[in-house]
Design a protein around this ligand. Structure first.
Ligand code: NAD
Length: 255
């Protein structure tokens, strides 16, 4: 590869995706953002496509934009994910299950299948999937989310085997609880579903971590830049947590 890395980040308008975009830009990369929310105030460099990446036609339009803007691609960060419903499994709706799977899993599949030919054409590259520690430990009251993240881990592991010989590396990043609006919404929903006060839930999440802390978006951004860099040239097919040492992800009980 010559010239700056050309990076596509889905869900890059806010949260972890935004932090990844900042980290790649600071590292000198060109960044194209895809997000369903078109209202974000983004830096003028790079590109921005407003798209729902769970929809194949919108993903095709996104990749047309990326190719028109960058002429190719070196790094895909398939980062989009929604929290899905909170509650005991017998109370959840099939439509919520389907939406969680579509946004969290189908979007990654759709973006990977469009990226592989571009990364191959570029002489190799990197795919980074954002899963979650929920995709390693399970997550009571969040069964669709946890199942979707196990699927993302499986997709990453499998694609690493499928495209490694093309010089394309595929790794999965599992963030722990990341400080920000998203975890605030997650805790509020869990509080509503269980009756446990938000402050107790927050303290519980911290206690699950050896370092007794939440992490920050920039910690995930730094890991993404490392994994996409030549320093990680033989890191492939891995599922890597950035979580301060999560010991369990059980915060809610039925009784
Ligand atoms: P977020 O809700 O703060 O941001 C997600 C972004 O994705 C938003 O900008 C949103 O508009 C966009 N988006 C949502 N659905 C989309 C769609 N269908 N198409 C295009 N864009 C869409 O979430 P976040 O905390 O930044 O999470 C990013 C990833 O990290 C997700 O996969 C999430 O599951 C994972 N994760 C987050 C945490 C956490 O504590 N925040 C922990 C573990 C894993």
């Amino acid at each position: 590869m010559t010239g700056p890395q050309r990076v596509l980040i889905t869900g890059g308008a806010s949260g972890i995706g935004r932090a990844m975009a900042d980290a790649f830009r600071e590292d000198g990369a060109l960044v194209h953002i895809a997000d369903v929310d078109g209202t974000a105030d983004l830096p003028p460099e790079g590109g921005f496509t407003v798209a729902d990446v769970s929809d194949p036609d919108e993903v095709d339009r996104l990749f047309d934009d990326v190719v028109a803007g960058f002429g190719g691609l070196d790094v895909l960060c398939a980062n989009v994910g929604i929290a899905g419903p909170t509650g005991p499994v017998e109370e959840l709706e099939a439509s919520d299950w389907d939406r969680t799977m579509a946004v969290n899993v189908r979007s990654a599949f759709l973006c990977c299948r469009r990226s592989v030919p571009l990364l191959h054409e570029a002489g190799g590259g990197s795919i980074l999937l954002t899963a979650s520690t929920a995709g390693i430990t399970g997550y009571p009251m969040r069964s669709p989310y946890a199942a979707s993240k196990y699927a993302v881990v499986g997709l990453g592991k499998t694609l690493a085997m499928e495209v490694g010989e093309l010089g394309i590396r595929v790794n999965v990043i599992c963030p722990g609880s990341v400080d920000g609006e998203r975890i605030d919404r997650v805790i509020a929903a869990e509080s509503t579903a269980t009756g446990i006060p938000e402050a107790n839930l927050r303290a519980g999440y911290e206690k699950q971590v050896s370092m007794r802390t939440f992490v920050e978006g920039r910690d995930i951004g730094a890991m993404a830049v490392f994994l996409a860099s030549p320093a990680a040239r033989f890191v492939n097919g891995q599922t890597i947590s950035v979580d301060g040492g999560l010991e369990t992800l059980r915060n809610s009980w039925r009784t």
